[in-house]
Ligand binder design. Structure first.
Ligand code: HEM
Length: 535
């Protein structure tokens, strides 16, 4: 057989293929040696014993969760349980193996979190973030390197407090719709003043707010339950979650063949067409006005600003018209879609969790009422002013404490591109580093009795002296959340609108609250509230 093979090929072919095979084997051998070196480094780090060389710590997960209906919650509890043990032993991080070759380091202490979050060289997100690229393109959330740096600098002014102030009429309008819907529900005598599940009302209101502030268009998600745009946003976020939670869909090739990918392509096409149409329409408005009025760009934008609220998109178009190379049409679409995706579920989950927690603490709710009464007197209908929100100091503490207990972004993950030192140990290139905010926020060193809802943790006295990286729901360092002040403004506006008028009681016990896992985390169960009018 071998003789037949040899006689079929010319000597040159045989030499070349032998050299090729030799090079391939050498390459594999070198890679293997490099990997062994990395593996040795990783195995020196604290972490549970590996029970399977092939699956790494994944086998641990299967063993503990295979018989459970709610396996994601089980896996999460297991992860949190292990990190808690290491945290109690004084460790700041631990390592896991996901499969045979992927080391993951999980950080849950402030000093270690500071190290990675402030690193300017390790700003690349882990590869799971790439799943969002088909929808979000290379926007702020997914891009890296010089592109990210340039865009971050360009977009920061779009979140200036004067711009956020200009969004108040939009928030006012949308919260009024939400309040009307709540009133309708509890006015039904059969309701017994109870809204069975407040979640959809909050989610749709948050979607309407972000859509109008990001793009300057109203999609009426709250009143038009058939809105194709809002359904498609939900759909694409669900598909993204589905992929994240299905390891067999992580590979691009296999994913491409799946029905999920087909559905995702169709949904994203609709969303991109929608955003593109809005971009073209808004650009035409600016260009036409400039041509007809003869003014320069700045004057024209000021004029438009007197007629309607300028959206984030207007800031991006101004930049694009000034310098089309620095921000292309595709860049604009990516950034607008990024705001739509990053700003919606996070904000609504915050409000939903806050209502659940506040509704279980009548004594703390009383303090919120006192604060709101000081701001509004007994005029429960006065429109919201920017200054009102700034005065809601106690409510702000409640929101911060909610974000400590239930951070909607449970963790962030980075891909290590440059060797990184952590507590005197080296993390090799290729390691995925996660900062698990959920457990970081439960470090008893900074937050004694961590499960207790105690807004006073955010009083000046208690914050003073606490490590700055012990609490990072919006992440921290160069890649922190660009929308955090906007998120806080929205949360305050929606919560104060409800609490100005009503005393609320949570009907779902805290121990029944489960997490719905996805790209962000919200409550899985219904948030049932009883409303008692205050006036
Ligand atoms: C309570 C609400 C919010 C929370 C808890 C939150 C949390 C976060 C976190 C943890 C990150 C870092 C992600 C990472 O590094 O992987 C992030 C990034 C980001 N967030 Fe938020 N966010 C919220 C609301 C918003 C809003 C309202 C917007 C926009 C309107 C927004 C836009 C962004 C963007 C664009 C990034 C990427 C920043 C960059 O990499 O430069 N977020 N957010």
């Amino acid at each position: 057989m071998y003789c037949i093979l040899i006689s079929t090929f010319s000597p040159l072919t045989l030499i070349l293929s032998s050299v090729g095979i030799f090079m391939l084997i050498t390459h594999i051998w070198q890679r293997y040696r490099r990997f062994r070196k990395i593996a040795k480094q990783i195995d020196q780090l604290p972490g549970p014993k590996v029970s399977s060389n092939l699956f790494g710590h994944l086998s641990l997960v299967w063993k503990s969760a295979s018989h459970s209906a709610n396996y994601l919650q089980q896996i999460f509890n297991l992860l949190v349980g292990i990190t808690k043990i290491y945290q109690q032993e004084g460790e700041g991080f631990m390592r896991l193996w996901v499969g045979p070759t992927q080391p993951v380091v999980i950080i849950f202490n402030a000093e270690c979190a500071e190290g990675i979050l402030t690193s300017n060289s390790n700003i690349d997100k882990s590869r799971e973030y790439d799943f969002a690229i088909p929808w979000l393109g290379l926007g702020l959330f997914t891009s890296t390197g010089d592109k990210w740096r340039l865009h971050r600098k360009m977009l920061t002014p779009a979140f200036h407090f004067r711009i956020l102030e200009s969004f108040i009429p939009i928030i006012q309008k949308q919260q009024a719709i939400m309040m009307k819907l709540i009133k309708e529900r509890i006015s039904d005598p059969k309701s017994n003043s109870i809204v069975d599940d407040i979640k959809p009302l909050i989610t749709n209101c948050a979607l309407d707010i972000i859509c109008e502030t990001a793009m300057g268009v109203s999609i009426d998600a709250q009143t038009d339950l058939t809105s194709k745009y809002s359904k498609s946003v939900r759909k694409v976020l669900d598909l993204f979650t589905q992929r994240l939670l299905s390891p067999w869909l992580w590979n691009e090739f296999f994913f491409g063949l799946s029905p999920t990918a087909r559905e995702q392509r169709e949904t994203i096409k609709f969303l991109h067409d929608f955003t593109n149409t809005v971009i073209q329409r808004k650009r035409k408005e600016i260009v036409d006005r400039m041509a007809n009025g003869g003014g320069d760009l700045a004057t024209t934008m000021n004029e438009i600003g007197t007629k309607r609220v300028l959206a984030f998109l207007d800031s991006l178009l101004t930049q694009n018209l000034r310098d089309p190379q620095s921000l292309t049409d595709e860049d604009i679409r990516s950034e607008v879609d990024t705001f739509m995706s990053a700003g919606q579920d996070t904000s609504s989950a915050t409000v939903q969790f806050a209502l659940q927690l506040i509704g279980h603490h009548p004594e703390l709710q009383e303090k919120i009422h006192e604060e709101l009464d000081t701001i509004y007197g007994d005029d429960a209908d006065r429109e919201i002013q920017f200054e009102d929100l700034r005065q809601m100091k106690y409510l702000e503490k409640c929101i911060k404490e909610t974000l400590r207990i239930f951070p909607p972004v449970l963790f962030i993950a980075r891909n290590i591109r440059e060797e990184f030192q952590i507590k005197g140990q080296t993390l090799p290139i290729g390691t995925t580093v996660m900062v698990l905010f959920y457990q970081l926020h439960r470090d008893p060193k900074w937050f004694p009795n961590p499960e207790k809802f105690d807004p006073e943790r955010f009083s000046f006295e208690q914050m003073n002296g606490r490590h700055a990286f012990s609490y990072t729901p919006f992440s921290a360092g160069p890649r922190n959340c660009i929308g955090q002040r906007f998120a806080m403004q929205t949360a305050k506006a929606l919560l104060s609108s409800i609490l100005r008028k009503y005393r609320i009681e949570s009907m779902v016990p805290m121990e029944k609250v489960e997490l719905a896992f996805g790209s962000t985390v919200g409550p899985k169960n219904k948030i049932t509230l009883k409303f008692e009018p205050r006036f």
